[in-house]
Design a protein around this ligand. Structure first.
Ligand code: SAM
Length: 277
């Protein structure tokens, strides 16, 4: 599994591409502000606004130790620690993402509160009860063994801690052949979608109590439609910064496949906060 995931996400020369893209956009790659990175470091539907809404629902504050599980290039870890002064540890399977996360964190001067490690969520080196919050944003789509993921989250969370989920889930359309490529998969064998009901049942079985639960499909449609019209307007021209930096050629198709999947009810988007009782 690790190799297939690395192949999908592990863009060659990622750091070099990020540096060059930033330079072309008129930025100094060694001295950046978070807003310079928003186009490339938020690898989820709704961008940073979606994360800030969830952070409010989860009552994130400066006392908290957060695990950003499947952190990508660390966008949400940096956003949370900047906004709430909390500490965030990001882990991801893909070593190139971790290298990029460390580089961008240094460039934004945020190393004090942000640490990154190349690790699977199933093989972390963290002790029981290590975190106040586990932040799980657009990662479970890649994970078949969701029951084990929930029990690992339970082990890592302190009593009273919160599990935040922002995930793409299965829609009501019985056809399971979603339009590909999507940001989490370029082939069916990387995509493991389940329904909101199934997700809630897994959380419940693992001993979590639901604190907030929302279907965000309509918001997701608006967001992806916006991206689609920006992409279509820019047809033929490659912007210096965009999903192509992270996902290569596949990135060009996402707005089309995601709007089709949402409109045909193949996928939905959910947001939830569960408490570790
Ligand atoms: C769509 S990206 C989302 C990244 C990030 N959460 C964000 O919203 O910007 C999904 C990420 O999950 C990571 N991932 C998938 N399975 C994982 C696992 N078992 N352990 C750690 N990371 C994993 C992938 O490598 C990828 O970086």
């Amino acid at each position: 599994m690790k190799n297939k995931i690395e192949t999908h996400y592990g863009s060659d020369d990622l750091l070099e591409k990020i540096r060059k893209g930033l330079e072309k956009a008129g930025k100094n790659p060694d001295k950046l502000e978070l807003k310079d990175l928003a186009v490339i470091d938020q690898l989820h539907t709704g961008g940073h606004l979606a994360s800030l809404m969830l952070a409010e629902k989860a009552n994130i504050d400066q006392s908290m130790e957060i695990l950003d599980a499947g952190c990508g290039i660390g966008g949400t870890s940096r956003l949370l620690s900047k906004e709430f002064k909390c500490r965030a540890t990001g882990i991801d399977l893909v070593s190139k993402f971790i290298d990029a996360a460390e580089f961008l964190t240094k460039s934004t001067g945020m190393e004090k509160n942000n640490k990154f490690f190349q690790m699977s969520i199933f093989e972390t080196s963290f002790a029981d009860n290590s975190f106040d919050c586990i932040w799980c944003q657009h990662i479970l789509m890649n994970i078949k063994e969701k029951e084990s993921a929930f029990s690992e989250f339970k082990r890592l969370l302190k009593p009273g801690g919160v599990l935040v989920l922002h995930e793409v889930i299965k829609g009501e359309n019985k056809n399971e052949n979603i339009h590909l490529p999507v940001p989490w998969a370029d082939r069916p064998s990387l995509s493991f979608l389940i329904s909101q009901k199934e997700m809630n049942a897994l959380a419940d079985d693992a001993g979590f109590e639901s604190q907030f639960n929302q279907d965000q499909t309509e918001e997701a449609k608006i967001w992806w439609n916006k991206i689609k019209s920006v992409t279509e307007k820019a047809a033929g021209k490659t912007r210096p910064l965009g999903p192509h930096i992270i996902f290569g050629e596949n990135g060009k198709f996402f707005s089309r496949t995601m709007t089709a999947n949402l409109n045909e009810n193949m996928i939905k988007v959910m947001a939830a906060v569960y408490c570790n009782t």
